[in-house]
Design a binder for this molecule. Sequence first.
Ligand code: ZN
Length: 562
Amino acid sequence: MTQDTRFSELPYSRPVLDAVQSANTELLATFQAAQSADEQAAVLDAWEAQRRSFQTNASLASVRFSQDTTSPAVREEKEFFDNIHPTILGDKIRFLEAVLGSDHRPALESKMGGHVFRLWESELTTFRDEIADDKRTESSLTNRYNTLLAGLKVPFQGTEHTLSTIRGLFGDADRSVRLGATQAQAAALGGVSGELDEIFAELVTVRDRMARRLGYDSYTPLGYREMSRTDYGPAEVAAFRDAIQQTIVPLAARIRQRQAGAIGVSDYAFHDEAIRDLKGSPKPAGDHDWMLDRAEEMFRKMGGDFEQFFSMMRKRDLLDLKSRPGKTGGGFCTSFEEYEVPFIFANFNGTQDDVNVFTHECGHAFQAYTSRSLRPREYLWPTYEACEIHSMGLEFLTYPHMDLFFGDDATRFRTGHLESALTFLPYGAAVDGFQHQIYKTPGAAASDRLAQWQEMEARFLPWRRYVDTPYFEGGRLWQRQRHIYNRPFYYIDYCLAQVCALQLWSRARKDRPGTMALYRELCALGGSKPFTALLSAVGLDNPFDPDVIARVASEAAEALDL
Ligand code: ZN
């Protein structure tokens, strides 16, 4: 291992469960026998090193599975970690009980910061050994969902697409291509709808059962704790959805109306939503390698820290951006803690989405890289709604450099991006409201769930009209939204972060250097504070305040001439 070791050569080893467990037992005994805060802190340091090594191997196994869901050997490594996870979690819970009950806790808190203790207290209420088997069931169900979607073939116009690459045609200038691509995706998902229903029903059942075994009334409060939310709950989130409905839905409806006018249709439909004029979505003017060259130029212009970060990522192959059959869909950023490097995963499809996903994931990676030396490891990443400010914020902060990717189409790209940022908010609120309904009625039949989704569409997406796509018309669009299966209640995070990212956009219009400094400061804080405290530390306004939503909405409306 050197400073230049490439991704493919990063050392990996499958841990031996017995050895990990006996090390855990020894750590616990040493901690309990320690006579002073300093001695206990030394045990916490040893525990930290062990957890970093474990995370690194688990993360390598998980990334390799995302890169190739068809290889049995790779799948076996991922399943190994999924299977031992609940056992390791049990050890962790016992260790945390000792840490939280320590006589030296005030001294430990002042050394490590109080936030990690709040996180641990919350985590203690999310697991007991009685739910270990349910946890294993849950991860095998999400693996089954991801593998099913990764393997779906979407034939269209003589080409076999994946769910990711077919999306590239949703923004085509030719309306019949957009409709055909949408129908092809719906048909592919429709072919496995029974299995998608079944996996979801089992997931809801197992999640509800885990919650009840832990003493909760439903999965919702457990889901919030699993998201490590320590500073707000479902009531604040419900009020936030209401504010989106009141303030953003009417603005989004005006955007849709103008788009319908620009493309000259009186029967505006779902398959028109990805474009804003008759030219179709802007496309980056080159392929994968060309994009990386432009990105290098962009980051060079943004400053030495961005330049160094990105050339390191590229030189060490910490990017996997091309679509391939068998790769899981979507994009994500993760990190290998022991090696202190992030990793970016995406599925390029030749459209503007590639630039969006790329700048988004680079925002996550830049934060992870900037705050890599924070300790303990809980401070490396904040909770997701704060993480998404780094990513969605960078999408806006790279606006001045979009000419590099889009040339003469850069202005069209920026306007379309800002419109999408606003029209996204109601969709995100629909996904979140739907999940709250789901876990309130865990025994609902599959058909009830479809009706629950349609209710959300009527409330938040009133313009939506599907044409000749029975699968979507029947209330099943949510089945392609991976978060709903993989990570309950992780979606409103994008909406909370978007309201903060829009604040960065607004500030950068008036003071770019100051806003870039604020962005860097936020990234460097990592996860050392809860969401709302991170915001106040850098002077961003709280998105739970309806006035803040109204303010960014009105500035965006003005910028868009709406
Ligand atoms: Zn993200």
